[in-house]
Write a protein of this length. Structure first.
Length: 454
């Protein structure tokens, strides 16, 4: 949706230089309980007026101005002035738009770039992404507020109640985002006080003579300073940023340098951390993003788009982060008819093999391949990104969350039973997936081959 908003604004001749486009709110945080409303934020240089080209572009995307359920509804025309010394009062003004016909419904917050709440929403989102205890605590507050206001006619008092948690953790997420390009400076005066806090490192089995640093973000920045002093930008992504790091997790660092020796990948150990370095120049990063799109698996897109910016010397860090996040949100290209036919044929072939399998080892191998092929068909044919290994499990869970489905659990339970000699459930789930896209395919399936080149 953010990509479509950009396109409509460009078509209307609106200059969006210096604007920001972000997915905010609970739905922007993996592994966080959320209402079905999707919150989007556009940062602008000047708030759009009624009937302006900007408002008309929003309308073409289905967004209408929100009026609020009551005269005092929070966050409709003005954000809460939390810190009167941070910015002038008019910096808290905003415009709010709503798209009620979408599923899920979408809320569009339009705020001034460098306004306090333009900053707060992104810093809070990034802090929650990196902080598993924080996510669980916020969930508890949201559940209590939802229960207390279950019979309310609107969400106004629910919003006020959960804002108590925001106030409690405000200093923590401001400190966490001290180096973020979204950090707001006081007007006038120096940058807000505070220094970066580290993401807690996961417990780890110690290796003799080696102790893992407890500050993965600081460690990543130190690696960049030592090994890539002229880097244009660098990002820390992966499990450490998502908040689901384990004892064996590494630091996934993507680095943008001006040119050769990029591109290359390097695996090192630093301060007790295994580190994967993905080093690119602008051209190679563009090429690998295209590879992600071609295979419908957003590896480099997520490493950059869902990241903490470590270095950003020319704003390419924040610009590329936004571009990749926008590509992820837009989703992959639809399958072509031939691609869909081949995917159906592949799942059908594995189903037939499983139905005829008598050897336990062969059955287990076929079941694993069928689980992967069926999950890939479901995701790509439904317009969702796919993955491999644990990334495929996560992709299925994201699909289930978005579509209110249970395929991740159903497929995994079927796989477990099938590898233990009971394939009926897996066959049933995979057939249900096939039925959504035309059923099993064998007779009449024909694809052209490649001719040898001389």
């Amino acid at each position: 949706m953010l990509g479509r908003l950009r396109d409509e604004l460009a078509a209307a001749g609106v200059d969006t230089g210096g604007w920001t486009f972000d997915h905010i709110g609970s739905t922007a945080v993996p592994d966080l309980l959320a209402k079905r409303f999707v919150d989007l934020q556009v940062g602008v240089i000047a708030l759009p007026g009624a009937g302006s080209a900007v408002e008309r572009a929003f309308a073409r995307c289905g967004f209408v101005p929100a009026l609020g359920a009551r005269p005092d509804s929070p966050g409709v025309h003005c954000d809460w002035i939390r810190d009167p010394d941070l910015a002038p009062h008019d910096a808290y003004d905003k415009r709010l738009f709503f798209r009620p016909d979408a599923e899920p419904p979408k809320i569009l917050h339009v705020r001034l770039v460098n306004a306090p709440w333009w900053s707060y929403t992104v810093l809070f989102r990034d802090w929650l992404r990196a902080n598993e205890p924080g996510r669980r605590a916020y969930e508890a507050v949201k559940l209590a507020a939802a229960a207390a206001h279950a019979l309310d006619a609107d969400y106004d008092d629910y919003t006020r109640d959960k804002s108590v948690f925001f106030d409690q953790v405000h200093e923590s997420f401001e400190a966490f985002g001290a180096q973020s390009p979204y950090r707001v400076r006081r007007t006038p005066g120096p940058r807000l006080e505070g220094s970066p806090t580290s993401i807690a490192a996961p417990a780890v089995r110690e290796t003799p003579g080696e102790e893992r640093s407890a500050d993965p973000v600081g460690t990543a920045r130190q690696i960049i300073a030592e090994r890539f002093p002229t880097a244009r930008a660098a990002w820390l992504g992966g499990s450490v940023v998502r908040g689901d790091a384990t004892a064996t997790s590494d630091l996934d660092i993507t680095v943008l340098i001006p040119g050769p020796p990029a591109p290359f990948r390097d695996s090192i150990r630093y301060a007790g951390w295994p580190v994967e370095l993905f080093v690119h120049d602008r051209g190679s990063l563009t090429m690998y993003r295209q590879k992600d799109r071609d295979r419908r698996q957003p590896t480099i897109m997520r490493l950059v788009g869902e990241s903490i910016i470590l270095v950003d010397r020319d704003r390419s860090g924040v610009e590329l982060q936004r571009e990749c996040a926008g590509e992820i949100e837009s989703g992959p290209a639809p399958l072509t008819p031939d691609e869909l036919a081949s995917a159906r044929y592949g799942v059908t072939d594995l189903l037939t093999d499983l139905e005829g399998a008598h050897d336990d080892a062969e059955r287990a191998a076929i079941s694993a391949a069928l689980w992967q092929a069926s999950a890939g068909l479901l995701l790509t044919a439904s317009g969702h990104w796919t993955g491999t290994g644990k990334g495929l499990v996560r992709a299925l869970r994201r699909y289930d969350l978005a579509e209110s489905a249970t395929y991740a659990t159903d497929l995994m339970n079927g796989l477990r039973r099938s590898t233990n000699g009971h394939p009926t459930q897996l066959i049933k789930v995979c057939d249900a997936i096939l039925d959504r896209f035309g059923g099993r395919r064998f007779e009449g399936h024909r694809l052209g081959g490649e001719t040898p080149t001389t």
